[in-house]
Ligand binder design. Structure first.
Ligand code: SAM
Length: 271
């Protein structure tokens, strides 16, 4: 799979892309990632890529010419058609389903904004998929581009080693993943559930299925609508839920009765 990234700051992406699983995937030829400096496509003698917004206001807006020319020129570098993805806080929220869809594209061309964002005509002309990392404002689209490349790449065949799997992770089957434990069996008086050390695969599977369903019901009732209850939406757990949580050996901070505002700060997954 090929990724192209149009950015004013390629040096911000390079170290992350060279490390760990993504670095190995490129060395193995499973993923190709090409970074393109937006200024190289400007026809301005000073390589200018932005200008002041019409109508006034703060900041600078990325101009049409460099962005449109960059995308059209970069697309010609490879015969595979590219899925155009523009990073913006106003786009569709990136999630596992989006990553899955993109992983079938063969080629993705990511456009990173900066300053106040893009001249609207860039979007009208290029008709990209607009992708957001969430309801917050970043200084640029580079982190969003990295999130797309990372989440998509690890779904490609061969990218994860045989010891790693995308199969039963959170969101892969519509649930959060079950809690994980490793050695030592007991740490600071907290023991891993005995069933996980029983060697009984059937029982381990059953425990994991139940734990995943329960965790999803408590933390992300929006993912399991069949078990959605008003109580599960509350940052304070009901007595029944607290008993349920105790079965997993932990009570999350947002279930301890702290006030709702504080709970929301430490428990972003609870909606
Ligand atoms: C400061 S932001 C521009 C925000 C824009 N003025 C607005 O209010 O919608 C600059 C660039 O960072 C990127 N960016 C900022 N927040 C983002 C987010 N939540 N998701 C994806 N990209 C984001 C986009 O590429 C955007 O063009």
């Amino acid at each position: 799979m090929r990724f192209d990234v149009v950015t004013l700051f390629p040096e911000a992406l390079s170290p992350y892309l060279a490390a760990s699983i993504l670095g190995r995937a490129q060395q193995a030829g499973l993923v190709e990632i090409h970074l393109h400096q937006l200024r190289d496509y400007s026809t301005d003698p000073h390589r200018k890529v932005d200008d002041r917004p019409f109508g006034g206001g703060p900041g600078m807006v990325l101009s049409c010419q460099p962005v449109v020319d960059a995308v059209e020129a970069i697309e010609k570098l490879d015969p595979r058609p590219a899925l155009r993805v523009l990073t913006t806080p106003q786009g569709r929220r990136l999630d596992q389903q989006t990553a899955r869809e993109f992983s079938g594209a063969g080629r993705v061309l990511l456009i990173c904004g900066h300053y106040e964002g893009f001249d609207e005509r860039i979007i009208e002309i290029l008709r990209p998929v607009e992708i957001s990392l969430g309801d917050f404002i970043l200084t640029g689209g580079e982190l969003a581009a990295l999130a797309v490349i990372d989440s998509v790449s690890r779904l490609l065949p061969g990218v994860l080693g045989c010891g790693e799997s995308a199969g039963d992770e959170s969101f892969s089957g519509g649930l959060l993943e079950y809690p994980q434990y490793t050695r030592p069996q007991t740490y600071r008086g907290l023991s891993a559930p005995a069933v996980l050390l029983s060697g009984h695969h059937g029982e381990v599977e059953k425990w994991r299925r139940q734990a995943a369903a329960e965790r999803t019901r408590i933390r992300r009732p929006d993912l399991s609508p069949a078990t959605d209850t008003g109580a599960a939406r509350s940052p304070r757990a009901s007595a029944g839920e607290r008993r349920g949580r105790a079965a997993f050996g932990s009570i999350a901070p947002w279930e301890t009765g702290m006030d709702a505002a504080a709970a929301r700060v430490v428990a972003p997954a609870v909606r």
